[in-house]
Design a protein around this ligand. Sequence first.
Ligand code: HEM
Length: 467
Amino acid sequence: MTKEIRHTSYISRLQTLPKLDSSSKRTLLCSIATDITATFICISKHIENGTLSDEHTASIESVIDIIKGTEVSQRQMLERKVKRYTRLARRLKSEREWMRREFGELVKQADAVNLRWKKRVRALEVLSVDPPIDTPEEEHNRPNMSRPGDYDAVRKDIIAQLKKPDYDDGSAGPVFVRLAWHSAGTYDLETDTGGSNGAGMRYEAEGGDPANAGLQHGRAFLEPVKEKHPWITYADLWTLAGVVAIEALGGPSIVWKPGRTDLVDDSKVPPRGRLPDAAQGAEHLRAVFYRMGFNDQEIVALAGGHTLGRCHIDRSGFQGPWVNNPTRFSNQFFNLLLKLDWKPKTLPNGISQFVYVDPEADEGDEPLMMLPTDIALKTDPAFRVWVEKYAADKDLFFDHFAKAFAKLMELGIKRDEKDRVINADNVKGGYISAPKKSNHPTGPARGAQGGCPVSAAAQGGCPRAKL
Ligand code: HEM
């Protein structure tokens, strides 16, 4: 029987087992298993024939012995390996300790740099257009506060501030519009300074500029809104208030984007004298508005803002409204500018403006007025083209005004492709969201003696607006 002869080869073959790799091991074991099966069949045949002897079962016993021996030798080999790895681990540990001692200082420095960068990244995240998100705990502590970034909630509260029965013509809207425009109208394209970022009017240097006299009323009206939504910056709040007022008073919808930040001190406040002087003419208007990057058509469209509000003798030194319904946005300013017979008039404070006295008006009725710069829109041929167009076509005026005002609100603002504000000053840490100020205007009292004409800015002596 061949199988009886072959069993002797198990021993030598199994002895090679520990030295083989796993795939050769598998092949060898399979072939041995086949041989063992054949051996068992052989043994059973011997049993059947009654010829079984020790010699026939010897091969199986020797296989068992070899397997036992193999286990022992493998265990010994494993033990040797464990010892080797333990020695290696001990050596690595002592090397690591040596490195820690040698490079400890370097590691500390790297940790410090890492921490500094983490802080910078966090600061940049705060400055990005995405407003900070409060934790549920913070929200719980301020139940009346809106969710940061909820500009619709801010818009609602600005609208709630508009109605002011005891103020001017009954609305804070016109002063919000002027606040928004003056906050942006300081922009200088050439030096890339000024503009709607920063809310510099919180500082004397800008808020106290005689050209901004009276705007403290607008800022004070907006303080309750800031209190309810402390996450919004003043620069965003003031520009948004202008846009919301125009819409609420019947004007066009204006694209407005958030992300402006507030100056932390007055070092970046633009110099005074950049806003227009109402006592001058067409060339002055061009000098001021071209400096901001506007053209003639945009100048005329923007000047249509004088369809709202009035002049105050104690603020600018001029007196009276432009139109009969100064709380309704329309193209009436252009209609009246062309249609009525405007006569120059010198006010008791020595300031000259233009007035229209309606012959049918009752005694004591306030005459309508135009500023010298408004009249210049009619007398300058290039401006007049647009005055006529806007007087004839209200929709065209609304469309052009909305575009020009949106552009005005973006002066000095740089955005990335996701519309996030990326002004370099913000990155350098020059701008953040400023804390709320007083609820009361601290500028010139209404009805104060004397005027504060824009043209008198250089002479000083005007009351300061501090809010
Ligand atoms: C074109 C050059 C401009 C000049 C010279 C000028 C001048 C003035 C002056 C002197 C006042 C009176 C301020 C006071 O006594 O309270 C005034 C008020 C006003 N201006 Fe202008 N302005 C100009 C452009 C603009 C623009 C571009 C807008 C907006 C788009 C605007 C919107 C207003 C509003 C709404 C008021 C009324 C404010 C109130 O009722 O409190 N103005 N402006």
